[in-house]
Design a protein around this ligand. Sequence first.
Ligand SMILES: NC(=O)c1ccc[n+]([C@@H]2O[C@H](COP(=O)([O-])OP(=O)(O)OC[C@H]3O[C@@H](n4cnc5c(N)ncnc54)[C@H](OP(=O)(O)O)[C@@H]3O)[C@@H](O)[C@H]2O)c1
Length: 338
Amino acid sequence: MSKEIPKTQSAVYINELGEYDKIKFDNSIPTPKIESSNEIIVKNYYAGINFIEAYFRKGIYPVGKFPYVFGREASGEVVAVGDDVKNLKVGDKIAYLSPGTFAQYTKITTNDHKYIKLPANSTDEDLKIFGSLLLQGLTALTFINEAYKVQKGDNILVWAAAGGVGKILTQLITNLGANVIAIASTDEKLKLAKENGAKYLINSSTDDIEGKVKEFTNGKGVDASFDSVGKDTFKTSLNSLKRKGTFISYGNSSGPVENFGLGILTPKNIKLARPTLNSYIVTQEEWDHYSQELLKLYKEGKFKFDIYKTYDLKDYKQATQDLEGRKTHGKLTLKIPQ
Ligand SMILES: NC(=O)c1ccc[n+]([C@@H]2O[C@H](COP(=O)([O-])OP(=O)(O)OC[C@H]3O[C@@H](n4cnc5c(N)ncnc54)[C@H](OP(=O)(O)O)[C@@H]3O)[C@@H](O)[C@H]2O)c1
């Protein structure tokens, strides 16, 4: 069963790797068709923007084949279902994780469980929030449970603390009774980190980061560093850890970490993890556990999630220039033309 779907659709994509000028937006991308019985087609409403798109565009992560349609998450309405789909029907509203969401239509397979059903009476604001929350929210939630199990009283360094992931991390870590040492590049961003519960603030543009960490931790260093910046901050993170501390390196905002010898972990017995969200939500049980926990925390007001700016789909290039240019804080999202 399906609603009428046009042959081509508006989408944001690339046909070759490169800088911003390679980003294309037009109405030429074929709309997906149901090809196997477990698939559904979603008509998208909002698609959250994530830094990872820059890595695909630049070739830091492989794109597979061209045209490569950007996007990793969205909210939308189910407009077609395969014969064996049991849990969803045409007209249902969902929020989900999948490649290819910067487009009017996306095909997903329900064998991949990474979706949540939204109430039929969801408002436009609900659709915006839930089309933008899952990726960064689940990243923060899984990492503080599995990459490093944050404990009450810990001192935790959070890089890009006013960024999309950083804002949620700061709040969830603070909720656990740990002390967030927030790092950001401007005082305006640090003010937001403080409002989100950060105990100590470091301005990466003006402060001596390692000196400040020593000062805030009585010379010991932090229990863990959640470092999304990558290349530029690797050594500073390492030097800021306490003996037996944990280094969570989870992003490449400044470029991928360069090769290093394992021996640099030895003097302080450092544990190092380079996690990805996707490998924490592989099974249905893992997905249900973390997605339900995230929604519960959000609905109970345990963390705030605000959208920095909503861009039209056609303006993705401007949005990612703002994001990659460090001009933004919190979440950016795209409104998909209907
Ligand atoms: N491993 C995973 O599964 C996973 C999942 C989600 C996200 N991530 C990673 O987490 C990071 C945050 O993602 P996000 O979408 O929430 O982005 P974001 O943090 O909102 O934006 C990136 C921020 O990084 C900081 N930054 C520091 N050096 C930078 C540089 N040279 N260029 C650009 N930004 C720089 C900037 O904050 P300041 O100006 O305050 O320094 C900037 O605002 C990204 O690295 C992303 O790839 C990883």
